[in-house]
Design a protein around this ligand. Structure first.
Ligand code: ZN
Length: 630
C-alpha cells in the first residue's frame, strides 16, 4: 500500500481509535482499529472525512483480537434488535469480520440513520451486514450467501489482490480512450463493449445471443488480440438478462481472475439465469461453453455496488451505477476516466419512463462526454402504459368469456413481474373475473429475489411491501406451478404466464403447442420478439409451423388460437423516450454511439437525430469497429 495513503489515514482518524492495520479489500480501504468506541460519537462523520481525504471508499472494522465471541455477539444482537424486526438468523464471516444479520424488517435493524447498526458494531466489534429475509423464500439467495461465507478465505485473498491492482500507481502520461464493440452492435444480443485506456481494460457486459442456439453469432468476439484475459481489469455488468451477462462465467473458464461489478439483484438473478441456461442447454443437447463451477467462481468474484456509489475499479477509472429502470437492479454504468479527462455513460438496456415495477431511468450525471446507448426501439413508438393495460385486460376478458385460456410468454425477469402487478391490480379491482393465474417455472424464484430488494422497486410497490404489508407478488390470485402441465393447458379458463418470452424453449412452448389448435384460446405477446425466434414467426402471422422435438421428430403445429401483441410494457425506451432521454440529458454529451438495435432501428434513429440537428456527434459502429473517444 502507498505510504502517504496510510499517513493520511493516521492523520484523519482520532489517535485513541488505535489503528492496527490498513488493508485494501477490493475497491475499499479497510481500516482496522483496536478501540472502535473512541469513534462512537461521530462515526459516520469520521468515515466521511477519511474517504474525502483519501478519495477512496473506506470501511472501519475492529481488530480481530477485540471481537466478542460469536455466542456473546448473538445474545447482544438479540437484545438490541426490537422484536418487530423479526430477526431470522445471525451468521458470522470471521475472515471479513462481519456478522450477517437476517431479518424480515431489516430497516428496524439498521435503525434511524444507521444508529442501531452502529451500536451493534460498537458493542460486539463485528461489522454488521443487514440482509432481508424475503416473504417468499428464495433457495438461490440462501445458497449464494452460504457459498460466499464458506469460501471467505479465498474471497479475502482475491479482494486483497483486486485492491493492489485497482490502487496501483498510474504509469502513462499519454491519454486515450478507445471503445470497441464486441457484440450487440448493429444487432440485439451478445452485448459486450471493450473500453481501453493506456492503464486499463474494462469489459462492459458479456452476453450471449439467446435467439441463436449455436454457431459464432451466439457469442461476442472475445478472441480479439486486444483482449487478453490476464490484462483485463474489470467486468461491469449492467443487468441480469443473459444477452448482457450470459458469457461472464466463460471468462473465468479461460483465465480471468478479476472482479465483476454488479448490483445485488443483478448478481443473484444473473447466477440464477446462467444456471438455468446451463440446464436448458444440456437438456436440449447443445451445452454452453462453461459449467456451474464457473458460475460459482463468478459469484465469489462479484463486488456489489449500490446505485450512485462512486468506486475505483482501476487506477484511472471510477465506476458509478445509476438506475436504468429496465429490470430490478438494472444499471447504467458511468465511467470517470483519468481524473475526469473523459466521462463515459454506457446505458445498457433502459426505460426512460415509469413502470408499475420500477422508477424511471436517470439521465442526470455529474459529467458526460460519450454515451453508448441502446436503440432497441429506435424506429418505433409504443402506446402509453394505460392504453396497453386496458388492451391486455380486454383481450383476456374476451378469451375468458369464450371459455378459452390465455397464454402470455414472458421473460422470467422484468416483464413477468410487471404483468403480475397489472393482473393482480385488475383482479383486485374486479376488471378481470377471478380465474387462476398460473405462474410457471423460474418466475417464482425470480419473484422471491424481487422481494428481497424492495428498496430497488418503484415507490408504489416499495410502499405496499414495506409499509402496508400488502405484497402484490404473494397475492392469492397467483398459483405456482413447476413447468408445463397438460391438465392446465387443456383445462378450465385461466391465465398462464410462462417462460421463455420469445417461445424459444421452456414451458411457454409446451403450453403453446397444446393450446395453439383451439380457436377459443389466445396467445398475447408482451415483449420484444427477436428475428429468427418462434415468437416472432407466430406474432407475424404464421399459420403452420414445424417444430423439431427433442427426439429429432418434426411436429406440425396448426395455429388456430388468436394471436395478439400488446406493445406498451417493454422494459426498453421507445423512440420518443430515447429522444427525450438524450434531449434532456444533463449535461449534454459530445458524442453518442448507438448500439443494441437491429440495423433498421439504428439507421432510423440515426436519421431522426440528424433531422433534429442535435448538438452531438452520432456514431453507428458495427462489431469490431473501434471509436477513439479521447
Ligand atoms: Zn435486458
Amino acid at each position: 500500500m502507498v505510504d502517504n495513503l496510510i499517513l493520511t489515514i493516521y492523520k484523519s482518524i482520532p489517535k485513541e481509535a488505535n489503528v492496527s492495520r490498513v488493508e485494501y479489500e477490493g475497491p475499499v480501504v479497510a481500516i482496522y482499529v483496536k478501540n472502535p468506541s473512541a469513534l462512537s460519537d461521530n462515526f459516520s462523520e469520521v468515515v466521511r472525512k477519511i474517504a474525502k481525504e483519501v478519495k477512496k471508499r473506506v470501511v472501519i472494522k475492529a481488530d480481530p483480537s477485540i471481537r466478542k465471541s460469536e455466542k456473546e455477539t448473538t445474545e447482544i444482537i438479540k437484545n438490541l434488535v426490537p422484536p418487530e424486526a423479526e430477526l431470522v438468523d445471525v451468521k458470522f464471516d470471521e475472515v471479513m469480520g462481519e456478522v450477517i444479520v437476517k431479518a424480515k424488517k431489516p430497516g428496524l435493524v439498521i435503525g434511524k440513520s444507521g444508529t442501531l447498526q452502529q451500536k451493534i458494531f460498537f458493542e460486539t466489534s463485528w461489522r454488521p451486514v443487514i440482509v432481508r429475509e424475503p416473504p417468499i423464500h428464495s433457495r438461490m439467495l440462501d445458497s449464494i450467501m452460504s457459498h460466499i461465507v464458506n469460501e471467505n478465505d479465498y474471497r479475502m485473498r482475491i479482494l486483497r489482490d483486486f485492491g493492489e491492482r485497482i490502487h496501483r500507481d498510474v504509469i502513462f502520461k499519454d491519454r486515450y480512450v478507445r471503445i470497441t464493440g464486441l457484440g450487440g452492435f448493429q444487432e440485439v444480443g451478445r452485448s459486450a463493449v471493450l473500453v481501453e485506456t493506456p492503464e486499463s481494460k474494462i469489459l462492459l457486459d458479456v452476453g450471449l445471443n439467446p435467439s441463436v442456439s449455436f454457431g459464432e453469432r451466439m457469442y461476442p468476439r472475445l478472441e480479439i488480440d486486444q483482449l487478453n484475459l490476464e490484462d483485463l481489469d474489470a467486468v461491469v455488468v449492467t443487468h441480469a438478462h443473459l444477452d448482457h451477462s450470459g458469457m461472464i462465467p466463460y471468462l473465468f473458464k479461460y483465465g480471468y481472475e478479476g472482479p465483476v461489478y454488479a448490483t445485488a439483484p443483478t448478481r443473484d438473478i444473473m447466477a440464477l439465469m446462467q444456471l438455468d441456461a446451463l440446464d436448458v442447454a444440456s437438456r436440449e443437447g447443445r451445452p454452453l461453453p462453461y459449467t456451474a463451477k464457473e458460475v460459482r467462481k463468478e459469484l465469489l468474484h462479484t463486488i456489489l455496488l449500490n446505485y450512485e456509489e462512486v468506486t475505483d475499479i482501476a487506477p484511472d477509472i471510477r465506476l458509478t451505477f445509476y438506475n436504468a429502470g429496465h429490470i430490478i437492479g438494472s444499471a447504467m454504468a458511468h465511467l470517470h476516466i483519468g481524473e475526469g479527462v473523459h466521462n463515459l455513460v454506457y446505458t445498457g438496456d433502459f426505460k426512460f419512463a415509469r413502470t408499475r415495477l420500477l422508477d424511471r431511468a436517470v439521465n442526470m450525471f455529474p459529467r458526460v462526454d460519450t454515451v453508448i446507448m441502446e436503440t432497441t426501439y429506435g424506429a418505433q413508438n409504443q402506446p402509453g402504459r394505460e392504453e396497453s393495460e386496458a388492451n391486455l385486460i380486454k383481450f383476456i376478458n374476451d378469451t375468458i368469456n369464450k371459455n378459452g385460456k390465455v397464454l402470455i410468454p414472458v421473460l422470467a425477469v422484468g416483464r413477468a413481474q410487471e404483468i403480475m402487478l397489472i393482473l393482480n391490480n385488475a383482479m383486485k379491482t374486479k376488471q378481470l373475473p377471478e380465474v387462476p393465474i398460473y405462474v410457471s417455472g423460474l418466475l417464482d424464484e425470480v419473484t422471491a429475489i424481487h422481494n428481497a430488494y424492495p428498496e430497488m422497486l418503484s415507490r408504489e410497490v416499495r410502499e405496499l411491501i414495506l409499509y402496508k404489508d400488502e405484497n402484490p407478488f404473494t397475492s392469492d390470485f397467483f398459483k405456482r406451478i413447476e413447468g408445463y402441465r397438460e391438465d392446465i393447458a387443456q383445462g378450465e379458463p385461466s391465465i398462464i404466464l410462462a417462460t421463455s418470452g420469445m417461445l424459444n424453449g421452456g414451458a411457454s412452448v409446451e403450453f403453446f403447442k397444446t393450446m395453439a389448435p383451439d380457436t377459443r384460446n389466445m396467445i398475447i405477446f408482451v415483449s420484444y420478439q427477436a428475428e429468427g425466434t418462434l415468437g416472432r414467426k407466430v406474432r407475424d402471422g404464421a399459420k403452420d409451423i414445424q417444430l423439431v422435438d427433442r427426439d429429432g421428430r418434426i411436429e406440425n403445429i396448426n395455429i388456430q388460437m388468436e394471436v395478439k401483441s400488446v406493445e406498451g410494457f417493454s422494459g426498453h425506451s421507445d423512440k420518443r423516450q430515447l429522444e427525450k432521454f438524450l434531449e434532456t440529458m444533463s449535461p449534454t454529451p459530445k458524442r453518442v454511439i448507438l448500439n443494441h438495435g437491429e440495423p433498421s432501428a439504428i439507421s432510423s434513429f440515426y436519421g431522426e437525430l440528424r433531422r433534429r440537428h442535435v448538438r452531438f456527434d452520432v456514431y453507428t459502429p458495427s462489431i469490431l469497429e473501434s471509436i477513439r473517444a479521447l
